[in-house]
Write a protein that binds this ligand. Structure first.
Ligand code: NAP
Length: 367
């Protein structure tokens, strides 16, 4: 078997960091050899740093439990690990202030350590791609521009978008590719508590309750799709103008899995409901064509039952990497409406980050 690429995780002890550790357990290309978190966890073995707050049913490999957690703010530790052949690039799952995260991720890249990030800090940085591997794999073309203009030889930054938009971006992309782009969208999300990290929202705010506010989420949901659906022109991102999105984001007492109820108006041509289902069923992208290890076989799964998708029953579809849709029907105000679900800490966070890393390796940016 070819030697695996050693990877590091920044924020390895948190909700998303734990998913990375768990998902990378048997990964055919990558293995976790470096872990970093806040100074509170630094110096402890990973098992010790996560004792009492490990959130997943699946545990980590014994050799990961004995990794000594480093302080993520000390980039020299990752550089030392790189020199020892223990950290070729890092996944960033840090929860810090935006400015601090932005600066820190740049320090890693400048030190020669590529950063594949889940944090929002760099999503609007002009030379940083916001990747959903099936939708905009060509946005990696900005990476050589980024490296050149910043004078980085080996390091670079690539990020993934917010977890709340994951469930409807691929369905919209599939329709646009088939000649039916969306003009306007009204989205109401019901987002799981794990989306707020650990320990997250206090239980007394969450039990028997819905919280109709998630800081910054509506703005991210309305803006990020425009960069993802945009294109690179003369080494600069040009954002798409459509779809115009109005989002209402709610926190609900569900552990994992964000649901979005979407009403959609098409630009001009309007497909029938049957056509839409066929387009979604046939949808594939580079990850499927290249057979990337974390690519769901069928990225969009449609359920005909009236009462699906449901987080508990559908969030784990195809290793929790597929989007599950149901309730496609005409809309009295726009053209059609549907309900979409994706697993927020897997497809919307660590799994999506791993798929992006696989795409980047496939395209020759990592290794
Ligand atoms: P979390 O559970 O709160 O974990 C935060 C991680 O950051 C922990 O490892 C923590 O280390 C570390 N950290 C906190 N302050 C730090 C500091 N000053 N210096 C260095 N490390 C520090 O958060 P999360 O839910 O995993 O989210 C991580 C990132 O992913 C965030 O940027 C979030 O927006 C993004 N994201 C989350 C989701 C989701 O569904 N949860 C989805 C998409 C994107 P300690 O354990 O030592 O405190």
């Amino acid at each position: 078997m070819a030697q695996k690429i050693p990877v590091g995780i920044l924020g390895a002890t948190g909700m998303v960091g734990q998913q990375y550790i768990s998902l990378l357990n048997d990964h055919p290309w990558f293995e976790v050899r470096f872990a970093a978190a806040s100074p509170r966890s630094a110096g402890k073995k990973y098992a010790e740093a996560t004792a009492g707050r490990w959130q997943l049913a699946k545990t980590y490999a014994p050799d990961v439990g004995s990794i000594i957690v480093e302080d993520a703010n000390d980039v020299s530790r990752a550089v030392a690990a790189f020199k020892k052949g223990e950290c070729s690039f890092v996944f960033s799952a840090l929860e810090m202030g935006k400015d601090e995260t932005r600066t820190l991720e740049e320090q890693y890249a400048a030190a020669g350590i590529p950063v594949i990030s889940n944090a929002s800090a760099h999503r609007w940085t002009p030379d940083v791609p916001v990747l959903i591997a099936e939708i905009n794999p060509e946005h990696t073309d900005i990476i050589p521009v980024q490296k050149k203009s910043r004078g980085w030889d080996r390091g670079f930054i690539a990020v993934k978008p917010n977890c709340s938009i994951q469930s409807y971006m691929k369905p919209l992309h599939a329709l646009a590719q088939a000649g039916f782009p969306a003009q306007r969208l009204i989205v109401t999300t019901m987002q799981a508590v794990s989306g707020a990290g650990y320990p997250g929202v206090p239980s007394l705010d969450m039990l028997d309750n819905v919280v109709p506010y998630i800081g910054g989420e509506e703005e991210k949901s309305e803006r990020e799709p425009l960069k993802i659906f945009g294109f690179i022109d003369n080494d600069v991102f040009k954002n798409a103008e459509f779809p115009k999105i109005s989002a209402c984001c709610n926190r609900v007492p569900v552990t994992d899995g964000h649901i979005a109820c979407v009403s959609l108006e098409f630009m001009d041509k309007k497909p029938s409901l049957d056509e839409i289902k066929k387009i979604w069923a046939a949808y594939k992208g580079v990850p499927q064509e290249a057979g990337l290890p974390f690519a769901p076989k069928q990225p969009i799964i449609y359920r005909e039952e009236d009462n699906r998708p449901q987080p508990r029953k559908d969030r784990d579809a195809d290793k929790a990497m597929a989007v599950v849709i149901g309730r496609l029907r005409p809309c009295n105000v726009f053209d059609v409406r549907f309900t979409a679900l994706s697993h927020n800490t897997v497809r919307g966070a660590a799994g999506g980050g791993i798929l992006n890393a696989e795409l980047l390796k496939y395209k020759g940016f990592l290794g």
